[in-house]
Design a protein around this ligand. Structure first.
Ligand code: FAD
Length: 410
Protein backbone atom coordinates (compact mmCIF):
# COMPACT_ATOMS: atom_id res chain seq x y z
CA UNK A 1 0.00 0.00 0.00
CA UNK A 2 1.45 3.42 -0.94
CA UNK A 3 1.62 5.37 2.29
CA UNK A 4 -0.08 8.69 2.87
CA UNK A 5 3.04 9.92 4.59
CA UNK A 6 5.16 9.64 1.47
CA UNK A 7 2.59 11.51 -0.55
CA UNK A 8 1.86 14.22 2.01
CA UNK A 9 5.53 15.27 1.87
CA UNK A 10 4.65 16.60 -1.58
CA UNK A 11 3.88 20.36 -1.39
CA UNK A 12 0.41 19.57 -2.75
CA UNK A 13 -0.68 16.40 -0.94
CA UNK A 14 -3.02 14.20 -2.92
CA UNK A 15 -3.84 11.79 -0.13
CA UNK A 16 -5.72 12.21 3.13
CA UNK A 17 -6.33 9.99 6.11
CA UNK A 18 -9.91 10.55 7.27
CA UNK A 19 -10.29 9.81 10.97
CA UNK A 20 -14.06 9.14 10.77
CA UNK A 21 -16.08 7.34 8.09
CA UNK A 22 -15.96 8.30 4.42
CA UNK A 23 -19.47 8.68 3.00
CA UNK A 24 -19.86 8.48 -0.78
CA UNK A 25 -22.78 10.63 -1.95
CA UNK A 26 -24.37 13.82 -0.59
CA UNK A 27 -28.00 12.93 -1.28
CA UNK A 28 -30.56 12.60 1.54
CA UNK A 29 -28.93 9.31 2.63
CA UNK A 30 -25.40 10.71 2.89
CA UNK A 31 -26.67 13.76 4.78
CA UNK A 32 -28.78 11.63 7.15
CA UNK A 33 -25.94 9.35 8.15
CA UNK A 34 -23.50 12.28 8.54
CA UNK A 35 -26.03 13.98 10.85
CA UNK A 36 -26.57 10.84 12.95
CA UNK A 37 -22.81 10.33 13.28
CA UNK A 38 -22.28 13.96 14.19
CA UNK A 39 -25.00 13.63 16.83
CA UNK A 40 -22.83 10.93 18.47
CA UNK A 41 -19.71 13.11 18.14
CA UNK A 42 -18.27 11.11 15.22
CA UNK A 43 -16.85 13.23 12.38
CA UNK A 44 -17.23 12.09 8.78
CA UNK A 45 -16.33 13.21 5.30
CA UNK A 46 -18.83 13.17 2.42
CA UNK A 47 -17.45 12.88 -1.11
CA UNK A 48 -19.93 14.04 -3.75
CA UNK A 49 -19.38 13.87 -7.49
CA UNK A 50 -21.73 16.73 -8.24
CA UNK A 51 -21.40 20.40 -7.25
CA UNK A 52 -24.24 20.45 -4.73
CA UNK A 53 -26.12 18.38 -2.17
CA UNK A 54 -29.11 16.28 -3.34
CA UNK A 55 -28.04 16.45 -6.98
CA UNK A 56 -30.78 13.99 -8.01
CA UNK A 57 -33.41 16.41 -6.71
CA UNK A 58 -31.66 19.58 -7.88
CA UNK A 59 -30.55 18.47 -11.35
CA UNK A 60 -32.47 15.39 -12.44
CA UNK A 61 -36.11 15.95 -11.56
CA UNK A 62 -38.97 17.77 -13.30
CA UNK A 63 -40.30 21.12 -12.14
CA UNK A 64 -43.72 19.94 -10.96
CA UNK A 65 -42.43 17.05 -8.86
CA UNK A 66 -43.80 16.71 -5.35
CA UNK A 67 -42.89 14.04 -2.81
CA UNK A 68 -44.91 10.94 -3.59
CA UNK A 69 -45.38 10.11 0.06
CA UNK A 70 -46.66 12.32 2.90
CA UNK A 71 -43.94 14.34 4.57
CA UNK A 72 -43.87 12.32 7.80
CA UNK A 73 -42.54 9.35 5.79
CA UNK A 74 -39.85 11.40 4.07
CA UNK A 75 -38.16 13.29 6.87
CA UNK A 76 -34.60 12.57 7.85
CA UNK A 77 -33.61 11.66 11.43
CA UNK A 78 -33.21 14.33 14.14
CA UNK A 79 -34.90 17.18 12.23
CA UNK A 80 -38.43 17.14 10.85
CA UNK A 81 -39.96 19.23 8.07
CA UNK A 82 -41.08 22.75 8.95
CA UNK A 83 -44.71 22.78 10.21
CA UNK A 84 -45.82 25.09 7.42
CA UNK A 85 -44.86 22.60 4.70
CA UNK A 86 -47.83 20.95 2.96
CA UNK A 87 -48.57 17.25 3.30
CA UNK A 88 -46.76 16.57 0.00
CA UNK A 89 -43.87 19.07 -0.20
CA UNK A 90 -42.74 20.29 -3.62
CA UNK A 91 -39.27 19.36 -4.80
CA UNK A 92 -38.14 22.95 -4.09
CA UNK A 93 -39.41 22.71 -0.52
CA UNK A 94 -37.69 19.35 -0.13
CA UNK A 95 -34.40 20.79 -1.39
CA UNK A 96 -34.68 23.78 0.96
CA UNK A 97 -35.31 21.33 3.83
CA UNK A 98 -32.17 19.36 2.89
CA UNK A 99 -30.12 22.56 2.69
CA UNK A 100 -31.35 23.62 6.14
CA UNK A 101 -30.58 20.09 7.41
CA UNK A 102 -26.99 20.19 6.11
CA UNK A 103 -26.48 23.63 7.57
CA UNK A 104 -28.01 22.67 10.96
CA UNK A 105 -25.58 19.75 11.34
CA UNK A 106 -22.66 21.72 9.80
CA UNK A 107 -22.31 19.13 7.04
CA UNK A 108 -19.88 20.34 4.41
CA UNK A 109 -19.47 17.71 1.68
CA UNK A 110 -16.44 17.82 -0.57
CA UNK A 111 -17.96 18.50 -3.99
CA UNK A 112 -16.70 17.52 -7.45
CA UNK A 113 -15.18 14.38 -6.00
CA UNK A 114 -16.42 11.45 -8.07
CA UNK A 115 -15.34 8.22 -6.45
CA UNK A 116 -13.82 6.09 -9.19
CA UNK A 117 -12.50 3.24 -7.14
CA UNK A 118 -12.86 2.07 -3.56
CA UNK A 119 -11.37 -1.10 -2.16
CA UNK A 120 -10.50 -2.59 1.18
CA UNK A 121 -6.84 -3.09 1.94
CA UNK A 122 -6.93 -6.12 4.19
CA UNK A 123 -3.23 -5.84 5.04
CA UNK A 124 -3.86 -2.52 6.77
CA UNK A 125 -7.57 -2.87 7.59
CA UNK A 126 -8.40 0.34 5.75
CA UNK A 127 -10.53 1.52 2.84
CA UNK A 128 -8.78 3.30 -0.04
CA UNK A 129 -11.17 5.61 -1.85
CA UNK A 130 -9.89 7.14 -5.07
CA UNK A 131 -11.47 10.14 -6.79
CA UNK A 132 -10.21 11.71 -10.01
CA UNK A 133 -7.50 13.65 -8.18
CA UNK A 134 -7.32 12.45 -4.59
CA UNK A 135 -6.91 9.36 -2.45
CA UNK A 136 -8.87 9.17 0.81
CA UNK A 137 -8.22 6.51 3.45
CA UNK A 138 -10.44 5.45 6.34
CA UNK A 139 -11.46 2.54 8.50
CA UNK A 140 -15.07 2.93 7.42
CA UNK A 141 -16.77 3.34 4.06
CA UNK A 142 -20.45 4.25 3.82
CA UNK A 143 -22.05 3.81 0.40
CA UNK A 144 -24.74 6.47 -0.09
CA UNK A 145 -24.78 6.74 -3.87
CA UNK A 146 -28.45 5.77 -4.12
CA UNK A 147 -30.65 3.27 -5.93
CA UNK A 148 -31.15 5.87 -8.67
CA UNK A 149 -27.58 6.85 -9.52
CA UNK A 150 -27.68 6.38 -13.31
CA UNK A 151 -30.52 6.50 -15.87
CA UNK A 152 -31.47 3.19 -17.47
CA UNK A 153 -31.45 3.47 -21.27
CA UNK A 154 -33.10 0.32 -22.65
CA UNK A 155 -32.15 -1.29 -25.92
CA UNK A 156 -34.92 -0.44 -28.40
CA UNK A 157 -34.45 -1.61 -31.95
CA UNK A 158 -33.90 1.33 -34.31
CA UNK A 159 -33.73 3.98 -31.58
CA UNK A 160 -30.66 5.46 -33.25
CA UNK A 161 -32.67 5.95 -36.47
CA UNK A 162 -35.23 8.25 -34.84
CA UNK A 163 -34.63 11.82 -36.05
CA UNK A 164 -36.34 13.78 -33.27
CA UNK A 165 -35.10 14.51 -29.74
CA UNK A 166 -34.82 11.61 -27.27
CA UNK A 167 -34.70 12.47 -23.57
CA UNK A 168 -34.56 10.45 -20.39
CA UNK A 169 -36.84 11.74 -17.63
CA UNK A 170 -33.69 12.70 -15.68
CA UNK A 171 -33.31 15.64 -18.09
CA UNK A 172 -37.02 16.40 -18.51
CA UNK A 173 -37.97 19.66 -16.77
CA UNK A 174 -41.41 20.56 -18.09
CA UNK A 175 -43.82 20.04 -20.97
CA UNK A 176 -43.18 23.59 -22.20
CA UNK A 177 -40.53 22.24 -24.60
CA UNK A 178 -43.09 19.86 -26.13
CA UNK A 179 -46.11 22.09 -26.79
CA UNK A 180 -48.46 20.59 -29.39
CA UNK A 181 -46.04 17.73 -30.07
CA UNK A 182 -46.81 14.02 -30.40
CA UNK A 183 -44.62 12.54 -27.70
CA UNK A 184 -43.87 8.86 -27.17
CA UNK A 185 -43.34 8.27 -23.43
CA UNK A 186 -41.69 4.90 -22.91
CA UNK A 187 -42.50 3.55 -19.44
CA UNK A 188 -45.53 3.74 -17.17
CA UNK A 189 -44.13 3.99 -13.65
CA UNK A 190 -44.57 7.08 -11.48
CA UNK A 191 -42.25 9.12 -13.75
CA UNK A 192 -43.93 7.99 -17.00
CA UNK A 193 -47.40 8.77 -15.63
CA UNK A 194 -46.42 12.16 -14.17
CA UNK A 195 -44.51 13.27 -17.26
CA UNK A 196 -47.48 12.27 -19.45
CA UNK A 197 -49.77 14.30 -17.18
CA UNK A 198 -47.41 17.29 -17.35
CA UNK A 199 -47.32 17.03 -21.17
CA UNK A 200 -51.13 17.22 -21.26
CA UNK A 201 -50.97 20.53 -19.42
CA UNK A 202 -48.91 21.91 -22.32
CA UNK A 203 -51.25 20.59 -25.01
CA UNK A 204 -48.83 17.92 -26.10
CA UNK A 205 -50.23 14.51 -27.10
CA UNK A 206 -48.52 11.89 -24.96
CA UNK A 207 -48.61 8.24 -26.02
CA UNK A 208 -47.53 6.18 -23.03
CA UNK A 209 -45.96 2.81 -23.78
CA UNK A 210 -46.99 0.13 -21.30
CA UNK A 211 -44.36 -2.59 -21.57
CA UNK A 212 -45.17 -4.47 -18.36
CA UNK A 213 -47.90 -4.95 -15.84
CA UNK A 214 -48.38 -2.11 -13.35
CA UNK A 215 -50.25 -1.45 -10.12
CA UNK A 216 -51.96 1.93 -10.06
CA UNK A 217 -53.34 2.99 -6.68
CA UNK A 218 -55.03 6.22 -5.63
CA UNK A 219 -52.57 8.44 -3.73
CA UNK A 220 -55.14 8.70 -0.94
CA UNK A 221 -58.01 6.55 0.31
CA UNK A 222 -60.72 8.07 2.55
CA UNK A 223 -58.53 11.15 3.08
CA UNK A 224 -55.52 9.15 4.27
CA UNK A 225 -52.41 8.38 2.28
CA UNK A 226 -52.58 4.93 0.70
CA UNK A 227 -49.01 4.30 1.82
CA UNK A 228 -49.92 5.18 5.40
CA UNK A 229 -52.96 2.90 5.31
CA UNK A 230 -50.85 0.08 3.91
CA UNK A 231 -48.14 0.51 6.56
CA UNK A 232 -50.72 0.64 9.36
CA UNK A 233 -52.58 -2.46 8.19
CA UNK A 234 -49.31 -4.35 7.84
CA UNK A 235 -48.83 -4.10 11.60
CA UNK A 236 -51.88 -6.31 12.09
CA UNK A 237 -52.49 -8.25 8.89
CA UNK A 238 -50.42 -10.38 6.50
CA UNK A 239 -49.21 -8.60 3.37
CA UNK A 240 -51.42 -10.64 1.00
CA UNK A 241 -54.54 -9.55 2.88
CA UNK A 242 -53.42 -5.91 3.01
CA UNK A 243 -52.83 -6.03 -0.75
CA UNK A 244 -56.33 -7.44 -1.27
CA UNK A 245 -57.85 -4.58 0.73
CA UNK A 246 -55.82 -1.94 -1.15
CA UNK A 247 -56.77 -3.43 -4.51
CA UNK A 248 -60.44 -3.62 -3.58
CA UNK A 249 -60.52 0.06 -2.62
CA UNK A 250 -58.45 0.93 -5.72
CA UNK A 251 -60.92 -0.81 -8.00
CA UNK A 252 -63.86 0.96 -6.30
CA UNK A 253 -62.26 4.40 -6.64
CA UNK A 254 -60.31 4.09 -9.89
CA UNK A 255 -62.38 1.49 -11.71
CA UNK A 256 -60.92 -1.38 -13.70
CA UNK A 257 -57.50 -0.16 -14.88
CA UNK A 258 -57.08 -3.27 -17.06
CA UNK A 259 -59.74 -1.85 -19.40
CA UNK A 260 -57.46 1.16 -19.91
CA UNK A 261 -54.57 -1.08 -20.97
CA UNK A 262 -52.92 -1.09 -17.53
CA UNK A 263 -52.77 -4.77 -16.59
CA UNK A 264 -52.11 -5.49 -12.94
CA UNK A 265 -49.31 -7.88 -11.86
CA UNK A 266 -50.45 -11.14 -10.26
CA UNK A 267 -48.58 -10.27 -7.06
CA UNK A 268 -50.12 -7.52 -4.93
CA UNK A 269 -48.56 -4.02 -4.76
CA UNK A 270 -46.87 -4.20 -1.33
CA UNK A 271 -45.70 -7.79 -1.74
CA UNK A 272 -44.24 -6.91 -5.15
CA UNK A 273 -42.53 -3.82 -3.76
CA UNK A 274 -40.83 -5.75 -1.00
CA UNK A 275 -39.85 -8.65 -3.31
CA UNK A 276 -38.59 -6.69 -6.32
CA UNK A 277 -38.47 -3.02 -5.34
CA UNK A 278 -41.07 -2.22 -8.03
CA UNK A 279 -43.04 0.76 -6.71
CA UNK A 280 -46.78 0.99 -7.39
CA UNK A 281 -47.91 4.10 -9.22
CA UNK A 282 -49.65 6.53 -6.88
CA UNK A 283 -52.06 8.34 -9.14
CA UNK A 284 -51.97 12.13 -9.04
CA UNK A 285 -54.26 12.74 -12.01
CA UNK A 286 -52.83 10.81 -14.97
CA UNK A 287 -55.55 8.18 -14.80
CA UNK A 288 -58.36 10.63 -15.50
CA UNK A 289 -56.39 11.90 -18.52
CA UNK A 290 -56.07 8.30 -19.72
CA UNK A 291 -59.82 7.84 -19.28
CA UNK A 292 -60.54 11.02 -21.23
CA UNK A 293 -58.18 9.89 -24.01
CA UNK A 294 -55.71 12.76 -23.58
CA UNK A 295 -53.00 10.31 -22.57
CA UNK A 296 -53.04 7.42 -25.02
CA UNK A 297 -51.93 4.04 -23.74
CA UNK A 298 -50.03 2.13 -26.42
CA UNK A 299 -48.47 -1.32 -26.77
CA UNK A 300 -44.80 -2.06 -26.51
CA UNK A 301 -42.59 -0.76 -29.32
CA UNK A 302 -41.30 -3.26 -31.86
CA UNK A 303 -38.89 -0.82 -33.45
CA UNK A 304 -38.31 2.88 -33.90
CA UNK A 305 -38.28 4.42 -37.35
CA UNK A 306 -36.96 7.79 -38.62
CA UNK A 307 -40.24 9.56 -37.76
CA UNK A 308 -41.97 7.36 -35.25
CA UNK A 309 -42.52 3.85 -34.00
CA UNK A 310 -43.85 0.46 -35.08
CA UNK A 311 -45.75 -1.30 -32.29
CA UNK A 312 -46.07 -4.99 -31.46
CA UNK A 313 -49.67 -5.04 -32.77
CA UNK A 314 -48.43 -3.96 -36.21
CA UNK A 315 -49.60 -0.32 -35.91
CA UNK A 316 -47.25 2.48 -36.92
CA UNK A 317 -47.38 6.07 -35.64
CA UNK A 318 -45.39 9.26 -36.15
CA UNK A 319 -43.86 11.14 -33.20
CA UNK A 320 -41.98 14.39 -32.73
CA UNK A 321 -40.09 13.40 -29.56
CA UNK A 322 -39.38 10.46 -27.31
CA UNK A 323 -39.15 10.52 -23.52
CA UNK A 324 -37.57 7.53 -21.82
CA UNK A 325 -39.29 7.03 -18.47
CA UNK A 326 -37.28 3.88 -18.05
CA UNK A 327 -35.98 4.36 -14.52
CA UNK A 328 -32.62 4.35 -12.84
CA UNK A 329 -30.01 1.94 -11.54
CA UNK A 330 -27.32 1.84 -8.89
CA UNK A 331 -23.74 2.59 -9.99
CA UNK A 332 -21.95 0.80 -7.12
CA UNK A 333 -20.38 -1.97 -9.28
CA UNK A 334 -18.59 0.67 -11.37
CA UNK A 335 -16.51 1.95 -8.47
CA UNK A 336 -16.63 -0.47 -5.48
CA UNK A 337 -14.08 -3.16 -6.20
CA UNK A 338 -13.10 -6.50 -4.69
CA UNK A 339 -16.23 -6.68 -2.55
CA UNK A 340 -19.00 -9.24 -2.93
CA UNK A 341 -21.51 -7.47 -0.71
CA UNK A 342 -23.42 -6.11 -3.73
CA UNK A 343 -25.16 -7.88 -6.62
CA UNK A 344 -24.21 -7.19 -10.23
CA UNK A 345 -27.09 -4.69 -10.24
CA UNK A 346 -25.46 -2.78 -7.39
CA UNK A 347 -27.95 -3.70 -4.66
CA UNK A 348 -27.00 -5.34 -1.32
CA UNK A 349 -27.19 -9.14 -1.45
CA UNK A 350 -28.26 -9.53 2.17
CA UNK A 351 -31.96 -9.16 2.96
CA UNK A 352 -33.19 -5.87 4.39
CA UNK A 353 -33.68 -4.37 6.94
CA UNK A 354 -30.21 -5.63 7.91
CA UNK A 355 -28.70 -4.77 4.52
CA UNK A 356 -27.07 -1.63 5.94
CA UNK A 357 -24.05 -3.50 7.31
CA UNK A 358 -21.33 -5.24 5.33
CA UNK A 359 -18.00 -6.47 6.59
CA UNK A 360 -14.65 -4.73 7.14
CA UNK A 361 -16.28 -1.42 8.06
CA UNK A 362 -18.51 -1.24 4.96
CA UNK A 363 -22.02 0.20 5.31
CA UNK A 364 -24.85 1.10 2.93
CA UNK A 365 -27.58 3.66 3.45
CA UNK A 366 -30.63 4.10 1.23
CA UNK A 367 -30.60 0.70 -0.51
CA UNK A 368 -33.51 -0.96 1.31
CA UNK A 369 -36.03 -0.14 -1.49
CA UNK A 370 -38.03 1.76 1.08
CA UNK A 371 -37.39 5.32 -0.09
CA UNK A 372 -36.59 7.97 2.47
CA UNK A 373 -38.11 6.06 5.40
CA UNK A 374 -35.57 3.29 4.68
CA UNK A 375 -32.82 5.90 4.60
CA UNK A 376 -33.78 7.20 8.05
CA UNK A 377 -33.71 3.69 9.52
CA UNK A 378 -30.33 2.81 7.98
CA UNK A 379 -28.72 6.09 9.05
CA UNK A 380 -29.69 5.64 12.71
CA UNK A 381 -28.50 2.00 12.77
CA UNK A 382 -25.18 2.76 11.08
CA UNK A 383 -24.37 5.60 13.49
CA UNK A 384 -25.17 3.35 16.49
CA UNK A 385 -22.91 0.65 15.06
CA UNK A 386 -19.97 2.93 14.34
CA UNK A 387 -20.00 4.99 17.53
CA UNK A 388 -18.53 2.26 19.75
CA UNK A 389 -15.84 1.42 17.22
CA UNK A 390 -15.04 5.12 16.99
CA UNK A 391 -14.72 5.49 20.76
CA UNK A 392 -12.42 2.45 20.91
CA UNK A 393 -10.27 3.84 18.12
CA UNK A 394 -10.02 7.17 19.96
CA UNK A 395 -9.00 5.41 23.20
CA UNK A 396 -6.40 3.47 21.24
CA UNK A 397 -5.13 6.66 19.72
CA UNK A 398 -4.71 8.28 23.13
CA UNK A 399 -2.65 5.31 24.32
CA UNK A 400 -0.85 5.39 20.91
CA UNK A 401 -0.83 1.60 20.73
CA UNK A 402 -3.05 1.28 17.71
CA UNK A 403 -3.26 4.64 16.01
CA UNK A 404 -4.37 3.95 12.44
CA UNK A 405 -1.96 6.65 11.23
CA UNK A 406 0.88 4.65 12.70
CA UNK A 407 -0.43 1.49 11.09
CA UNK A 408 -0.75 3.32 7.81
CA UNK A 409 2.80 4.60 7.52
CA UNK A 410 4.79 1.90 9.24
C1 FAD B 1 -38.53 11.46 -9.61
C2 FAD B 1 -38.29 10.81 -8.26
C3 FAD B 1 -39.17 11.03 -7.21
C4 FAD B 1 -38.98 10.42 -5.96
N1 FAD B 1 -39.85 10.66 -4.95
C5 FAD B 1 -39.68 10.05 -3.74
C6 FAD B 1 -40.58 10.29 -2.63
O1 FAD B 1 -41.53 11.03 -2.73
N2 FAD B 1 -40.33 9.66 -1.46
C7 FAD B 1 -39.27 8.81 -1.30
O2 FAD B 1 -39.11 8.27 -0.20
N3 FAD B 1 -38.41 8.59 -2.32
C8 FAD B 1 -38.57 9.17 -3.53
N4 FAD B 1 -37.70 8.94 -4.56
C9 FAD B 1 -36.59 8.01 -4.38
C10 FAD B 1 -35.31 8.83 -4.16
O3 FAD B 1 -34.29 8.27 -4.91
C11 FAD B 1 -34.93 8.90 -2.71
O4 FAD B 1 -35.95 9.42 -1.98
C12 FAD B 1 -33.69 9.73 -2.38
O5 FAD B 1 -33.27 10.67 -3.34
C13 FAD B 1 -32.60 8.74 -2.14
O6 FAD B 1 -31.55 9.43 -1.57
P1 FAD B 1 -30.08 8.86 -1.67
O7 FAD B 1 -29.22 9.85 -0.96
O8 FAD B 1 -30.06 7.45 -1.24
O9 FAD B 1 -29.75 8.85 -3.24
P2 FAD B 1 -29.61 10.09 -4.21
O10 FAD B 1 -30.59 11.15 -3.92
O11 FAD B 1 -29.59 9.50 -5.58
O12 FAD B 1 -28.15 10.67 -3.85
C14 FAD B 1 -26.96 9.97 -4.18
C15 FAD B 1 -25.82 10.97 -4.35
O13 FAD B 1 -24.62 10.24 -4.60
C16 FAD B 1 -23.86 10.93 -5.59
N5 FAD B 1 -22.99 9.96 -6.25
C17 FAD B 1 -23.35 8.92 -7.05
N6 FAD B 1 -22.26 8.25 -7.45
C18 FAD B 1 -21.18 8.86 -6.89
C19 FAD B 1 -19.78 8.62 -6.95
N7 FAD B 1 -19.26 7.60 -7.63
N8 FAD B 1 -18.94 9.45 -6.24
C20 FAD B 1 -19.45 10.48 -5.52
N9 FAD B 1 -20.78 10.76 -5.45
C21 FAD B 1 -21.63 9.96 -6.12
C22 FAD B 1 -24.93 11.51 -6.51
O14 FAD B 1 -24.41 12.59 -7.25
C23 FAD B 1 -26.02 11.91 -5.51
O15 FAD B 1 -25.85 13.25 -5.10
C24 FAD B 1 -37.88 9.55 -5.79
C25 FAD B 1 -36.97 9.34 -6.86
C26 FAD B 1 -37.16 9.96 -8.08
C27 FAD B 1 -36.20 9.70 -9.20
Amino acid sequence: MGSCKEQTEDPKPNCEFVSGPIIVGAGPSGLAVAACLSNHGVPSLILEKSDCIASLWQHKTYDRLKLHLPKQFCQLPLMGFPDNFPKYPTKHQFISYLEAYASHFSIKPRFNQAVQNASFDSAYGLWRVQTQDFLYISRWLIVATGENAEPVIPHIHGLDKFQGPIRHTSVYKSGSDFRNQRVLVIGCGNSGMEVSLDLCRYNAIPHMVVRNTVHVLPREMFGFSTFQIGMTLLKWLPVKLVDKILLLVASLTLGNTEQLGLRRPKTGPLELKSATGKTPVLDVGALSQIKSGKIKVVENVKEMTRNGAKFMNGQEKEFDSIILATGYKSNVPTWLKGCDFFTEEGMPKSPCPSCWKGCDGLYTVGFARKGLSGTAYDAVEIAKDIVDQWKTSQDCKKSSTCDPHIILVK
